[in-house]
Design a protein around this ligand. Structure first.
Ligand code: PEP
Ligand code: MN
Length: 339
């Protein structure tokens, strides 16, 4: 349930309500919006049977949230969440579009630095690159691991671009958070609840990708795992789902953007590269994602896609990425979106 405080509720009144709820055994989450403070109380509402929370000073109303996700819901937090990644980069509505670009995998120091420079020059605001790769075959390139993280650290030093990189195993988290500005949870791990709880305890923002066979509601419940552990900085990523279509690697479900925006306050990032799996379809779906209202994009770029150790067929060359950036700017400005 959520307890909506009156607009003029004092700090003391808010503290009084939260203390009372905690004493009753509720998990309490505070959300201070522009107009009002909302207190989320997670627990068995029968505990309140003999309490009169609604008459406490400063309380406006009590609204039960029947949905299985609560902290991620719009009811809990009507204002859009804006996630500050660095001094220069924030992700969320009203902020400049976040453009995360880079290779699928970090392959060498030279490769990641060359691509980092190229995407920065084209206007990307963050660098992506996997050091730990979730591959369908155990015989495919699995990523450089800690060495890859080191290379990402150098690329960040070189370009100043914040780093987005995937964590597949909680045991790697301490090393990953030293380099990553955003920790990616890949589509295959969307329902790895143990891992979700672990990234819920870190201080870095999380990019949570939608599982290829998961509904939007399941994605929101996975995000709830992270928020309920204390980490409120989660962005949700649509990256294509499995359908009967074979013309593309996945089917990019762009309707997820407005649906998530209605149901949740969290920022939405679209990954058109994994969504379609073929570089030539990436530009049109990128532009469609911007038009649909995405807060950010994550796009795979490689200087030699035909030699890439993973996802070459869906990677744009730096030249094609540069052209696409110009188109993104046009679509963004036509819908009043900053770049
Ligand atoms: C990736 O970003 O390279 C990746 C493996 O993505 P996904 O988890 O969406 O397949
Ligand atoms: Mn990839």
């Amino acid at each position: 349930m959520i307890i909506i405080m009156k607009p003029d509720a004092s700090e003391e009144q808010i503290n009084h309500v939260t203390d009372k709820l905690k004493k009753l055994g509720f998990g309490v989450h505070l959300s201070k919006g522009i107009e009002r403070t909302v207190i989320g109380a997670i627990g068995d509402k029968r505990l309140l049977a003999s309490e009169n929370i609604e008459v406490l000073p400063g309380v406006s109303e009590i609204v039960p949230i029947s949905k299985p996700y609560k902290l991620v819901s719009r009811e809990f937090k009507p204002d859009n969440t804006v996630i500050k990644v660095s001094d220069k980069v924030s992700v969320g509505s009203g902020e400049p579009l976040a453009i995360i670009a880079g290779p699928c995998s970090v392959e060498s120091k030279e490769q990641i630095i060359e691509i980092a420079r190229a995407v920065k020059e084209a206007g990307a605001t963050m660098l992506r690159g996997g050091a730990y790769k979730p591959r369908t075959s155990p015989y495919s390139f699995q990523g450089l691991g800690e060495e890859g993280l080191k290379h990402l650290g150098l690329a960040k030093k070189e370009t100043g671009l914040p780093i987005v990189t995937e964590c597949m195993d909680a045991r790697d988290l301490p090393a990953i958070v030293k380099v990553a500005d955003i920790v990616q949870i890949g589509a295959r791990n969307m329902q790895n609840f143990v891992l979700l709880k672990e990234v819920g305890k870190i201080k870095k923002p999380v990019l949570l990708k939608r599982g290829p066979g998961s509904t939007i509601k399941e994605l929101l419940m996975s995000a709830e795992y992270i928020l309920s552990e204390g980490n409120r900085n989660v962005m949700l990523c649509e990256r294509g789902i499995k359908t009967l279509e074979t013309g593309t690697r996945n089917t990019l479900d762009l309707s997820a953007v407005p649906v998530i925006k209605e149901l949740s306050h969290l920022p939405v990032v679209v990954d058109p590269s994994h969504g379609v799996g073929l570089w030539k379809y990436v530009p049109s779906m990128t532009l469609a994602s911007v038009a649909a209202g995405a807060d950010g994009l994550i796009i795979e770029v490689h200087t030699h896609p035909d030699e890439a150790l993973s996802d070459g067929p869906q990677s744009l060359t730096p030249d094609n990425f540069k052209k696409l950036m110009k188109e993104i700017k046009k679509v963004a400005s036509s819908i009043g979106r900053k770049m």
